[in-house]
Design a protein around this ligand. Structure first.
Ligand code: UTP
Length: 281
């Protein structure tokens, strides 16, 4: 299976940090966000990744490319561990790029992947969303996809106050953590939300989605919503995956993700815990 990582958005919720750099390159603890996303695809068994970029996103390509000068300099100064880490980034997978010429929404971004996908089911991992789990989130979704052979999306139970920020599914629970989707609503008010199951940024889509995207009428700001295209698919499933998701396009989530991920790192977790306890005294 191939993966598509949309990373062409303008990141307006994170201005001014994203004025001259892609939000997908903002570091979370010690790595750019999109590196976590590529690593998730790779550890799910995917080695063909298409990143959807746009204007001002060149550093994403540079990050996954070889950097001969840096490698030579690290080698000459004997920094072999750092050298290995840098080389590993460019060896992770075959990464391809396509540009979305105008930021017309996630549905439009996905439609630029049509030729590369070539009629097969494919995974979508949002470039500004990190999933932390023992079994990679995309791998969990792939297992459900192969069982039901229909579009499968990761959903997360969110507290009431967060409902208005997400696409929310309406569905019936058919087995442990799997919901057959009957409808989806983009950013509903609490009173109109059909459930608290939010669409979180990981999908396994069938290639028919491209025809459905073509039929979608542009919504607010001329954006073509992926949720609208998925609504008209014959069959789709929501899976409450095991793990945690961070949408780093939101400054508070970005900060939380950095702290929580740093607290899992053996080199800094004790000092960070100590520091936080002192700070909050
Ligand atoms: P978001 O809606 O969170 O990204 O899209 P955005 O448009 O950059 O955010 P704000 O609202 O302006 O802050 C989720 C993912 O889809 C990509 C984004 O790069 C992000 O990784 N995306 C979004 C595209 O590739 N193209 C688009 O037109 C919109």
């Amino acid at each position: 299976m191939k993966a598509v990582i949309p990373a062409a958005g303008l990141g307006t919720r994170f201005l001014p940090a994203t004025k001259a750099q892609p939000k997908e390159m903002l570091p979370v603890f010690n790595k750019p966000t999109i590196q976590y996303v590529v690593e998730e695809a790779v550890s799910s068994g995917i080695d063909d990744i298409l990143i959807i970029t746009g204007k001002g996103k060149r550093t994403i390509e540079d990050h996954f490319d070889r950097s001969f000068e840096l490698e030579l300099s690290l080698r000459n100064s004997g920094k072999i561990e750092a050298l290995k880490e840098i080389e590993a980034i460019s060896d992770m997978a075959d990464i391809y790029y396509v540009r979305q010429k105008k930021q017309k929404g996630l549905g439009d971004a996905i439609s630029t992947a049509k030729n590369h996908i070539d009629g097969e089911p494919f995974a979508v991992l949002l470039g500004d969303t990190i999933a932390q789990s023992n079994v990679p989130c995309t791998k969990q979704l792939m297992d459900i996809f192969y069982k039901y052979e229909a579009t499968t999306i990761a959903v997360e139970k969110v507290p009431e106050e967060k409902i208005e920020r997400y696409g929310i599914i309406k569905g019936s629970c058919i087995s442990d953590s799997v919901y057959k989707i009957e409808d989806m609503v983009e950013k509903p008010s609490i009173s109109q939300a059909p459930s608290n199951l939010a669409i979180t940024g990981r999908y396994i889509l069938v290639p028919e989605i491209f025809d459905h995207i073509k039929e979608v009428e542009p919504g607010v700001g001329g954006e073509i919503q992926l949720t609208d295209a998925m609504k008209s698919l014959d069959e789709s499933y929501g899976y409450v995956f095991e793990g945690k998701i961070y949408d780093i396009g939101n400054t508070f989530e970005w900060l939380k993700s950095s702290i929580e991920i740093a607290l899992t790192d053996d080199n800094v977790k004790y000092d960070l815990r100590q520091y936080l306890m002192e700070l909050l005294k």
